[in-house]
Design a binder for this molecule. Structure first.
Ligand code: AMP
Ligand code: MG
Length: 417
């Protein structure tokens, strides 16, 4: 059985990365993976300009004229760079071009304007309050390498650098389906023995967050013919992701069909939850994951294996963010598998705390409301004590907020204000 790391490596190495590239404008590039290296088109700043509202001067003129200079001209934002009349000061605004001949800007708070003259109250160093051309980056500087997933921050930089069009990898296409005779849509009326299905939707949403275009393969019965029928389309996709039916039970059909139409790379990982999990490839370009049916196992294995696969497919280094936090409660178990506990992580006075949620059964979803991270317990470890440092994998950053009520449930006293 593979360890988590071995399985993750097998995924990353087993993925055939995309070759198809498309061109997008900057406004369409958020969340896309770069298919090119990107260099700055221009220097930034593009020209010397003022960092403050004030007066552009030559610092040696001030020394020569006892800090008093006649006022001549104005430099506003959008003005073409002008020239400072020797021995004078020029009114200037933040971002406006520094006139040729000036080497500093005196901030307006340090200047008294007396008629057509300015009196500068303090000594001025050359270069003061000047943003130098190219001090941020130069035309031709390498800004990004291919495989980088672009964020809104990157779009800001690329826009400033004059990059309007980008080559990115085409979006991955995925087929997502759930298997199980007991499963029905949340909109359906439950018959005895049936349960509501949610893995498909969650998987699809997580894929969409990674920029993947998802087709819904529906709920498929535990039936070889039905599975074969749906998976006959597998080659139209870059990823086929199923949930359920992957264990060694009687209805272990998904693995069987995948082994008929493709090649299974591995199908067992030494983790809890999520041990029965298959990864492999169908033909040249299609990859499959048979995730476990238990909703929590499905979430955990998605994070551990599917997310890195999507990154690898996009020529990107997978995110493997792991933080250290202080355990709020102890947790004890028998050693054996690497375990991922649903946890609530929060910061208090600059320290990160993690609380393992109480209901850890892989069928228990009630605790997802508070889950924003996983605590990782190494295979050989038997748990941890309150106050120990534990390894934490962040999940849902939007829910890293902490309310006083949550703090109170963790035993912390909070006082308003
Ligand atoms: P399986 O992996 O098919 O053996 O399923 C393991 C457990 O997860 C069983 O209790 C199933 O009823 C449940 N399960 C399987 N698929 C889903 C799903 N899509 N949504 C909710 N529960 C599921
Ligand atoms: Mg099943």
């Amino acid at each position: 059985m593979l360890s988590v790391e071995q399985a993750r490596d097998a995924v990353i190495l087993g993925v055939r990365a995309v070759g198809d590239v498309e061109q997008v404008s900057l406004g369409e590039a958020n969340g896309r993976f770069l298919a090119q290296d990107v260099r700055a088109q221009i220097d930034h700043p593009l020209f010397d300009n003022s960092a403050m509202d004030g007066y552009a001067v030559n610092s040696s003129d001030l020394v020569m004229h006892d800090q008093v200079l006649p006022l001549a001209g104005t430099s506003r934002c959008g003005d073409a760079p002008s020239t400072l009349t020797a021995g004078s000061a020029m009114r200037i605004f933040t971002g406006a071009p520094l006139p040729a001949g000036a080497n500093a800007v005196v901030i307006q708070e340090e200047v008294k304007q007396a008629g057509a003259r300015v009196v500068v109250c303090a000594p001025v160093q050359p270069g003061a309050n000047v943003r130098r051309q190219g001090e941020d980056f130069r035309a031709g500087d390498m800004l990004y390498s291919y495989g980088r997933r672009l964020s809104a921050l990157d779009i800001a930089l690329l826009g400033t650098a004059g990059v309007a069009q980008l080559k990115v990898y085409r979006r991955a296409r995925a087929l997502v389906l759930a298997t199980g005779d007991e499963l029905v849509q949340p909109s359906a009326r439950l018959k005895p023995g049936q349960i509501y299905e949610s893995n498909r939707l969650v998987t699809a949403l997580q894929l969409q967050d990674l920029g993947v275009v998802v087709d819904d393969g529906g709920i498929v019965r535990d039936d070889l013919a039905a599975l074969r029928r749906v998976l006959a389309r597998a080659n139209d996709y870059d990823f086929v992701i199923t949930s359920g039916g992957a264990s060694v039970g009687d209805h272990d059909l998904v693995k069987q069909v995948f082994s008929e139409i493709g090649e299974i790379n591995f199908w067992k990982v030494k983790i809890k939850p999520g041990k029965p999990l298959a990864f492999g490839r169908i033909g040249e370009g299609a990859h499959f994951f048979a995730l476990p049916g238990n909703p929590v196992s499905s979430l955990v294995t998605f994070k551990l294996f599917v997310e890195p696969a999507i990154y690898a497919w996009n020529h990107a280094a997978p995110i493997q963010l792991q933080l250290k936090a202080t355990a709020v409660d102890g947790f004890h178990r028998s050693a054996g598998r690497t375990e991922f506990l649903r946890a609530h992580v929060y910061a208090r006075a600059g320290t990160l705390y993690a609380r393992a949620l109480s209901a850890q059964g892989s069928h228990m979803v009630g605790a997802l409301r508070e889950t924003n991270a996983l605590i990782r317990v190494e295979a050989e470890d038997r748990g941890f004590e309150r106050g120990d440092q534990v390894a934490v994998i962040p999940l849902v950053l939007d829910s890293w907020q902490t309310t006083p009520a949550q703090l109170a449930t963790h035993g912390w006293q909070t006082t308003p204000g």
